[in-house]
Design a protein around this ligand. Structure first.
Ligand code: ZN
Length: 219
C-alpha cells in the first residue's frame, strides 16, 4: 500500500492555498510518488471541466463530492496515462524541489540530536505560529520517541523507510498525523531514513522519557 496526500490537500496545493513549507513538501511528494502525481493531474484536469458544468448556486462541497465521485469511477484515466513519468533517480538523490532550496548543503544545516540515532534540522527560522519544515534523520533501526501532535504533521520519506502503528512508509510516501494520532516511527534496518516534516506545532512526547526530552522539543 502506498500513502499519498488526500484529495483535499492536493486541491489546496493546485489552487495555491497552502503555506510555503507545505508547498515545498507537496512538490517534493509529487516528484517522488507516481501515484500522487496521477491523482494530482486527474484532479487538475477534472476540476476545470466540472466547474464549467455546475450551477452558480452549488456549494464548493457539492462540487468536490461530484468531482471525487467521477475520479473514483475512473474518469480521468486517459489524462493519467498521458502523464510522463519522471526520469529515474538514484534512491538517495535529493529530489529537485528540495535541492533547489538546499543546494547540496545537507550537512551545513543546523542538525541537533533529539535522541540517540535521531537528528533534526530546521529548514528555515520559525516565524510566528506558522507551520515549520524540518529534515528528520533516523539512523537505521532507531526510533523517534513516542509522541502525539498539537496540530497536523506531514512526514514525507526522502530516503530509507520507516514503520509506525499505521503502516510502512518508503521513499515518496507521505504520513499524515494529527492530535488523534499517537505513534512511534521506527526506521527500517539497513539504511538511514531521511524525512521532510511539516508540522503545525511541536510534537508532544508521550513515552517514558518525556521529561528528559521535552526541553529539546519546544513548548
Ligand atoms: Zn508524529
Amino acid at each position: 500500500m502506498t500513502h499519498i496526500a488526500t484529495d483535499e490537500i492536493l486541491l489546496d496545493h493546485a489552487s495555491g492555498a497552502v503555506s510555503p513549507p507545505m508547498a515545498l513538501l507537496l512538490a517534493t511528494h509529487l516528484t517522488l510518488n507516481p501515484e500522487a502525481r496521477r491523482r494530482y493531474r486527474a484532479l487538475e484536469a477534472l476540476g476545470g471541466t466540472l466547474l464549467d458544468g455546475i450551477a452558480p448556486t452549488a456549494t464548493r462541497a457539492d462540487a468536490l463530492d461530484r468531482l471525487f465521485a467521477r475520479i473514483d469511477a475512473g474518469d480521468g484515466r486517459d489524462t493519467a496515462a498521458a502523464v510522463a513519468t519522471a526520469p529515474p533517480q538514484a534512491d538517495t538523490a535529493l529530489p529537485a524541489p528540495l535541492r533547489a532550496q538546499l543546494g547540496d548543503g545537507l550537512e551545513r544545516l543546523g542538525w541537533r540530536q533529539l535522541t540517540r540515532g535521531v537528528q533534526e534540522a530546521p529548514l528555515a527560522p520559525v516565524q510566528g505560529d506558522g507551520p515549520r519544515a524540518s529534515l528528520l534523520r533516523i539512523a537505521a533501526g532507531r526510533a523517534v520517541p513516542r509522541h502525539t501532535h498539537r496540530g497536523d504533521e506531514l512526514t514525507l520519506v526522502l530516503a530509507g523507510a520507516f514503520d509506525d502503528e499505521n503502516g510502512h512508509y518508503a521513499r515518496g510516501d507521505l504520513a499524515i498525523a494529527d492530535p488523534d494520532v499517537e505513534h512511534q516511527p521506527v526506521a527500517a534496518r539497513g539504511q538511514d531514513c531521511l524525512c521532510l516534516v511539516v508540522a503545525a506545532a511541536p510534537i508532544r512526547l508521550t513515552g517514558p522519557f518525556l521529561r528528559l526530552l521535552n526541553p529539546f522539543l519546544g513548548r
